[in-house]
Design a protein around this ligand. Structure first.
Ligand SMILES: Nc1ncnc2c1ncn2[C@@H]1O[C@H](COP(=O)(O)OP(=O)(O)OP(=O)(O)O)[C@@H](O)[C@H]1O
Ligand SMILES: CC(=O)N[C@H]1[C@@H]2OC[C@@H](O2)[C@@H](O)[C@@H]1O[C@H](C)C(=O)O
Length: 377
């Protein structure tokens, strides 16, 4: 490989925009981030993506166009990263581009025979267009091979978390709180577990946008002025997904406005601010329960993703984990908004080397697989 420079691009289930990093990765897979960029989605595009999370008229056409738009936004982030770090396209070995998840249905039975049941996951992107626009090799479609091998196709970051946050001889847990939250348990003996915990910012963002017009509750300031409603909290916590045994993964397919409305139907008189306080508490508890029940050895929880910037959420998470040191990933060398994009740079590095990147212990697949498809420059 002529270059050790990789770009990772991630637009996740928060639907806030595209994070990108340009990084140097050495032969051992150790990474140094050289630049970080972010391009927000315009409100109209965000809405179009939100609508594409459910079926609707002419959705194939709208999905294809959204894939083109997202690829153009990804290309803008690449341009910005190259300018920041003063490199040109020919210096970069590859771009790892996640795309925009609009469906995640692992292991869904098709009603005919169990043999045919594989499930699917859809990330909108036009990788050919991204290769054309950037002049860089693009690796995309990271999840489908794991699904084909019987896995969940998510989460994929635990192997990366292990390399960046793992401490030999210690059990450490790391948690990404994006639109959906996911945990990696990095055991003292080097084994790794991981799964999706439940909602991250998705429900809080939805409610905040609806009632304040703001895309998210900055620092959890609004939620912190409300009162937690115990009955609503219990209703939210009764969701089956939370008590399911891993491997498990989820998305907006489950934790969406319709799911929330269903739980709110018997609490229609509650002040909006109390609902926000309760949603924040629910999110914190769904995350904390997975640590206290399944990462019993962990004394440190490293939090990344935008949720790490929500001070109120972080305080509630800490309150539910009195024996665990809850820290922001920046304290471990990688700022919260860079972690997922960095993971996709690393996944591209693994793909070019034809090395496996999925973990059977996380996704439940028949084995580890080489992930991603290459679109040459
Ligand atoms: N200062 C802040 N205070 C509160 N919340 C914040 C702040 N900054 C970001 N966030 C939250 O983080 C979200 C973005 O997080 P992130 O970029 O990790 O999401 P994502 O890429 O969609 O993640 P995933 O793929 O894991 O779903 C925003 O939508 C918002 O809810
Ligand atoms: C299908 C999909 O896009 N899943 C995302 C989502 O966002 C958080 C959580 O759900 C996680 O499972 C995953 O993202 C990260 C990058 C992962 O695969 O590890």
């Amino acid at each position: 490989m002529s270059s050790h420079l990789f770009i990772g691009l991630m637009s996740g289930t928060s639907l806030d925009g595209v994070d990108g990093v340009l990084s140097r990765i050495d032969e051992q897979g150790q990474m140094q981030v050289l630049a970080h960029g972010f391009t927000p989605f315009e409100a109209s595009f965000r809405e179009a993506l939100m609508v594409l999370n459910q079926s609707g008229p002419d959705e194939l056409h709208r999905s294809a166009l959204a894939g083109n738009t997202i690829s153009r936004l990804y290309a803008l982030v690449v341009k910005d990263l190259l300018a920041q770090a003063q490199y040109t396209a020919s210096d970069i070995a590859a771009v790892g581009a996640h795309g925009q998840t609009v469906r995640h249905r692992p292991l869904e039975f098709d009603g005919t025979s169990q043999q045919a049941a594989v499930g699917y996951t859809i990330q909108l992107i036009n990788p050919a267009l991204l290769a054309e626009l950037t002049g860089i090799d693009v690796v995309a479609d990271f999840r489908s091979r794991d699904l084909a091998a019987g896995g969940q196709g998510a989460p994929l970051v635990p192997a990366f978390h292990a390399g960046v946050f793992g401490r030999p001889g210690q059990c450490v847990a790391s948690m990404n709180i994006g639109g959906i939250s996911n945990i990696s348990v990095l055991n003292a003996n080097g084994t790794v577990q991981g799964w999706d915990c439940g909602p991250g910012n998705a429900l809080m963002d939805f409610w905040c946008q609806l009632h304040t017009g703001q895309a998210f509750d900055r620092d959890g300031a609004w939620a912190s002025t409300g009162t937690i409603h115990t009955d609503l909290l219990h209703s939210l916590l009764s969701e089956d997904f939370l008590s399911r045994t891993p491997p498990k993964s989820t998305g907006r397919d489950l934790f969406n406005p319709a799911w929330l409305e269903q739980h709110l139907s018997t609490f229609s008189k509650l002040p909006a601010v109390d609902v926000q306080a309760t949603l924040t508490e629910f999110t914190a508890l769904a995350c904390a329960m997975d640590v206290s029940l399944h990462a019993t050895e962990a004394r440190t929880l490293i939090v990344c993703g935008g949720g790490a910037l929500n001070g109120h959420l972080m305080r509630r998470l800490s309150a539910h984990l009195p024996d665990v040191d809850v820290v922001n990933s920046e304290q471990r060398g990688l700022p919260p908004l860079q972690v997922e994009a960095a993971a996709f740079a690393w996944l591209a590095f693994k793909a070019l080397r034809r090395e496996t990147a999925s973990l059977q212990s996380v996704t439940g697949a028949r084995g580890a697989r080489v992930l991603g498809a290459l679109y040459p420059r």
